[in-house]
Design a protein around this ligand. Structure first.
Ligand SMILES: [Zn+2]
Length: 444
């Protein structure tokens, strides 16, 4: 470890109690995606007053960005602002049920610690590019229902914060990203280095319109929309036997209806559906099967059906750890254990980092310090040093190593990266959802 690296670690260590208090404050004030105003203010205040940086705010509503240096290449460290609804979580906000059961507050402590270390004048002087600190909104995905409202209000167009920021051009002057998260797959080490593949997903809003009538007096005049959904879901259930294990397909559904009287045939049912798969191809193939199941069931009953497809997240491009990250973790090996991701482990969850990974190199690591399940009421921080302080050091050391010596390692990373999608291709992909159908539209 050279003098600057020791200095980076010392700055973070010296501010450990302050960073822990900062993390715990955010932990107990979780907010819904695209409404993280208080959390954004905390980050903005830290970057301005503790790090002396100029900030940009209100990016995709609540995003906050600051940077050390103003030359390329620019490497950003990302922290996610939003919580997840989990009212049973002991730290949940009582009025809203929002909690940080996905540990995004840990990422913000990492961002705060790394920003503090890298903005120190002696450290900043060694950086050969820009270190960008980017707190981004709404990783947890806004449902199609919520998106409809957000679009109507003219606030945002895309269901994930990184999607919106990519489309707004907020990443246009950034060449690579460092991302972190609490461990998402089982890992016995303090750090898991690199990116596992994650599933991509599509959202669907399925509206079945039947016909109301008296269930006893005139059942022949009714068309039961709930029966259509029952038949469709049975078909989807049987179609599961056609799914290949390696495609890791998951289908989640929520059925909503307004009917209150049992003696009236239910005339309208809405199904919110998410389909996930390991690859985009498997996703599209499964999506067609779901469409056929629902349309076929509607046909059987003579009901009308409207299916709207919404943009979800792309699968994450898997990536072993780069040399820089491995070396940075080795600097901390007397305090923390680390292991690289296994190419054989797939994460069935989805993240908008997937979209980012199609566009720029992503240096990712996950970390420990908690017990229980992500998004679960049993999620607990068990080791504040492992959850907030050690990952801040790893993020700061990685950023420093990428950018020192005229950013030689960042340049090598960027030069060796081949994007899976150009900006134009990404915009064309997003435009597929503009009319609400990626399959064959049918009139309602
Ligand atoms: Zn998360």
């Amino acid at each position: 470890m050279n003098t600057t690296e020791s200095r980076i670690c010392r700055i973070i260590e010296d501010h450990a109690s302050e960073l822990t208090a900062f993390a715990n404050d955010i932990y107990t004030h979780a907010e819904l995606g695209y409404t993280e105003h208080r959390t954004a203010r905390c980050i903005a205040h830290w970057l301005t007053h503790r790090c002396g940086l100029q900030i940009q705010t209100d990016l995709a509503i609540t995003g906050v960005r600051a940077q050390v240096g103003n030359t390329r290449p620019a490497v950003c460290l990302i922290g996610e602002l939003d919580g997840i609804r989990c009212p049973e979580h002991p730290m949940a906000v009582q009025e809203t049920g929002m909690s940080h059961a996905c540990g995004h507050h840990m990422q913000l402590a990492v961002l705060a610690g790394a920003a503090l270390a890298l903005s120190h004048p002696d450290v900043a002087a060694e950086l050969g590019g820009s270190a960008v600190f980017f707190a981004v909104p709404c990783e947890e995905h806004a449902s199609m229902n919520r998106m409809a409202q957000l679009k109507r209000d003219g606030l945002v167009q895309y269901c994930g914060g990184k999607l919106q920021l990519l489309m707004d051009g907020a990443f246009d002057d950034i060449d690579a990203a460092v991302t972190t998260h609490a461990h998402m797959v089982n890992c016995g080490s303090d750090f898991l280095l690199g990116s596992n593949s994650t599933s991509g997903f599509l959202s669907k809003l399925i509206r079945i319109k039947g016909r109301a009538s008296h269930t006893a007096l005139a059942p022949e005049k009714g068309i039961n929309a709930l029966d259509v959904v029952t038949l469709a879901r049975s078909a989807v259930g049987m179609l599961r036997s056609t799914f290949r294990d390696e495609d890791c397909i998951r289908i989640g559904e929520v059925v909503r209806m307004n009917s209150t009287a049992v003696n009236v045939v239910p005339d309208e049912v809405i199904v919110d559906l998410q389909v996930r798969a390991k690859t985009w191809e498997a996703l599209l193939e499964t999506d067609k099967k779901i469409d056929r199941a629902y349309r076929g069931a509607a046909y059987a009953f003579g009901a009308q059906i409207q299916i709207t497809d919404g943009m979800g997240y792309l699968p994450t491009v898997p990536c072993p750890p780069c040399e820089t990250l491995t070396q940075a973790a080795a600097l901390l090996s007397d305090q923390c254990t680390a292991q690289p991701v296994s190419p054989f482990v797939h994460n069935a969850a989805s993240t908008d980092v997937g979209d980012l990974s199609h566009r720029m190199p992503v240096v990712n690591f996950t970390f420990s310090g908690f017990s229980g399940t992500l998004h679960g009421a049993d999620f607990r921080i068990t080791d504040e040093k492992a959850a907030y302080i050690q990952p801040a050091k790893l993020a700061a050391l990685t950023m420093y190593r990428l950018l020192r010596h005229n950013a030689a390692q960042a340049r090598a990373l960027i030069d060796s990266f081949h994007p899976k999608m150009t900006e134009q291709q990404y915009r064309a992909y997003a435009a597929r959802f503009d009319n609400g159908f990626i399959g064959e539209p049918s009139p309602f």
